[in-house]
Write a protein that binds this ligand. Structure first.
Ligand code: GTP
Ligand code: MG
Ligand code: NA
Length: 343
């Protein structure tokens, strides 16, 4: 297979954490969107996907002056629900990702689904960072909208800094009890041994530049080999959805390889394997959420990593959570049908 360090695919980053810690709101802050306020009961109930082109990440991190090192084309971020009833979606989201953000509410510390998420990440040995969110709720916090966290902390009174230090050290102790050493990211000298903590606010945006910068640096530093582009298609079905004017569509995450309009594909169906042809490859605009209704961009082909809506005939009985296969010129259709049904 053709692989090279000059041809890295976009890393996939999954956001995990207890309900209402601010996962979707953090993404809204980065995207400048309002997805969270449109959710029923303010609760995420599906996996989401948003593509961030590197130009946008560069723009948001320019104050940190480290952009020379960014070599991946962008970042695909997967949002997951924190509500306890969606363990299967957290498992699916975390199984797709190269790196994760574990979001912890600084006012609450570790909660049941924080620990569940930690265990998922440990069992898959997925590298992750902690976003210690809602710092704006520290009593007396002075907002510095969108600022790097160290600059924001310098603006705070002694009392705010001491409450911050107290809560941070409590949470580091709780992480230690789960077998994890952690450290504020700018004091962390041992990226492979200590989990980096980035204090953030999804409301006023402090720490967001730091979070983006660290994600990109970590993926490049720790997993260059894993990100080298591979031509073999690896693709997971997230959702099966009827869309007005498009019929039944599937939302997928393309983890590796390329998909083309016209590709013959096989997906697992409730009544047996579904063999069909890609009619349209659609994505939302960059920095928009795949799971939110909007206008779509049409593509002749798409390269990993991407969140994609596929339209094709016969998708009515497709099953979410299974793999999508592309039938290549040398493939036996029957073999692929069998493989698809093993999911
Ligand atoms: P689920 O997906 O349902 O698990 O929740 P979530 O983790 O995505 O949290 P969500 O983005 O829905 O935010 C939950 C609530 O916390 C909302 O009312 C947000 O406005 C609020 N919130 C999120 N982040 C912050 C923050 O940094 N500061 C403050 N003050 N409130 C926040
Ligand atoms: Mg959410
Ligand atoms: Na929520």
């Amino acid at each position: 297979k053709n692989r090279s360090a000059d041809d890295l695919r976009s890393p996939i980053c999954c956001i995990l954490g207890h309900v209402d810690t601010g996962k979707t709101k953090l993404l809204d802050c980065i995207r400048r969107t309002n997805v969270q306020e449109g959710e029923a009961g303010g609760i995420t109930q599906q996996i989401g996907a948003t593509y961030f082109p590197m130009d946008n990440i560069r723009e948001r991190t320019k104050e940190l002056k480290a952009d020379a090192k960014l070599r991946v084309p962008g970042l695909l971020v997967i949002d997951t629900p924190g509500h306890e009833s969606f363990t299967n979606l957290r498992a699916r989201g975390s199984s797709l990702c190269d790196i994760a953000i574990l979001v912890i509410d600084i006012m609450h510390g570790l909660e049941p689904q924080t620990i569940e998420s930690l265990n998922l990440l440990k069992s898959r040995q997925t590298p992750f960072v902690v976003a210690l969110n809602k710092v704006d709720r520290l009593y007396g916090w002075k907002p510095s909208p969108g600022a790097p966290i160290r600059a924001a902390l310098k603006q705070q009174s002694k009392d705010v800094v001491s409450e911050f230090d107290m809560r941070l050290s409590q949470i580091m102790t709780e992480l230690k009890e789960q077998g994890m050493n952690s450290e504020l990211y700018y004091r962390n000298k041992e990226l492979r041994k200590y989990i980096s903590i980035i204090p953030t606010s999804a409301i006023s945006g402090e720490g967001i530049p730091d979070l983006l910068m660290l994600l990109v640096q970590l993926t490049q530093k720790l997993m260059e080999d894993k990100l080298m582009y591979m031509s073999e298609v690896q693709c997971t079905v997230l959702e099966v959805k009827v869309v007005e004017g498009l019929g039944t569509t599937i939302d997928v995450v393309l983890v590796n390889g390329v998909l083309h309009e016209g590709d013959q594909i096989v997906v697992c169906g409730m009544q047996g394997p579904i063999v069909t042809t890609v009619r349209a490859l659609l994505t939302p605009h960059p920095m928009k959420e795949l799971r939110v209704k909007g206008t779509y961009l049409h593509h002749k082909e798409l390269k990993a990593a991407q969140g994609i809506k596929i339209t094709a005939q016969g998708l009515e009985h497709a099953i979410a959570g299974t793999q999508l296969y592309v039938v290549g010129p040398d493939d036996e259709l029957e073999d692929i049908k069998e493989e698809a049904m093993q999911d």
